[in-house]
Design a protein around this ligand. Sequence first.
Ligand SMILES: *Cc1c(COP(=O)(O)O)cnc(C)c1O
Length: 385
Amino acid sequence: MPSSRWDTTGLATRAIHAGQDPDPRTGAVMTPIYQTSTFAQTAVGEHAGWDYARGGNPTRDALEEAIASLEVGPHGVAFSSGLAASDAVLRQLRPGDHVVMANDVYGGTYRQLAKVHAPWGLTFDPVNLGDLDAVAAAFRPQTRILWVESPTNPLLTVFDIAALAELAHERDISVVVDNTFATPVLQTPLSLGADVVVHSTTKYLGGHSDVVGGAVVTNDDDRAAAYRFHANAVGAVPGPWDCFLVLRGLKTLPVRMRAHMEGAARVVEAAQTLAGVREVLWPGLPGHPGHEITERQMCGPGGMVSLRLADGETARRACERFTVFTLAESLGGVESLVEHPAAMTHASTADSPIAVPGDLVRLSVGLEDPEDLAADLQQAVTGAR
Ligand SMILES: *Cc1c(COP(=O)(O)O)cnc(C)c1O
């Protein structure tokens, strides 16, 4: 990626401008949606930089430059989903290679490793990444990747990315961080020592629950070329319209994250007063085990909140009683969502080493009035008892 005049500007400025200069031909302020599968050539093999749209498209280029700029990495590669992005990273490994990952990693990442990559010869171990001795003990001569997610989905555990990177790099192990929950507004893993960042842009980066997408960012030229080759070779690429939607979402990411956190703080405050709530999981709480790392590593605790209720049945009943929060998978959109991870997003991890507790309710706090969200939580939890 060429260095740009936006490199030295602040995050909110980059979210709006990096990769998104007005269209040089027409002056269009918004990035055009290049809805085309192919590009005319002036002579055989001579073209303006794009030949066939699986390999590249100017709308996708803009998105890649914008995401890379936010993550402060020189290379961004956009994918058709977050899991397509993870797949591109894991497919650089070879049979016999080993991955160490968080033991409460996103369920889809676990499923991809267990059901797609393991049958082709990768091995992996889920480990508590909060225990550096356990991580060191899990490393083998064949370990190539330490897969970190922080905060995790759905338990909101926070890990010390810089300490993990130091430990991994002593053994030449690459560090990949899934930054979907934090977003580059709250944390930039490359600046903490990570080698690769992956995103589900479906969530906060898109921010409006209207697109599925993913991205990989790295500061390593060879890795970036390999991911780009992979995206084109397997066709795991996003369409121009989807890229436009994520670009549009990115522009308000910093202001949305602030509002998500304001709402989350109010919801957490309400949850703490409810007799039906056994535990509130939010890295912004001083009692959260990762609170000290959060203060050091992040610019805020994020907009995701998980609650533990009396038992699985109560948790399911509560999920079905919300009227402002919508019962649905996914997160990071303007509307608040509630879900029951054990039966919904993380059903694929049932009976696995990373199964989530049945009494857990996960909230993605949206941008509605915080008082309405607090009242909805109160009636749902109280009514479910
Ligand atoms: C949703 C999610 C993914 C997968 O992204 P998709 O866009 O759904 O493929 C990966 N990691 C985390 C943390 C997620 O929340």
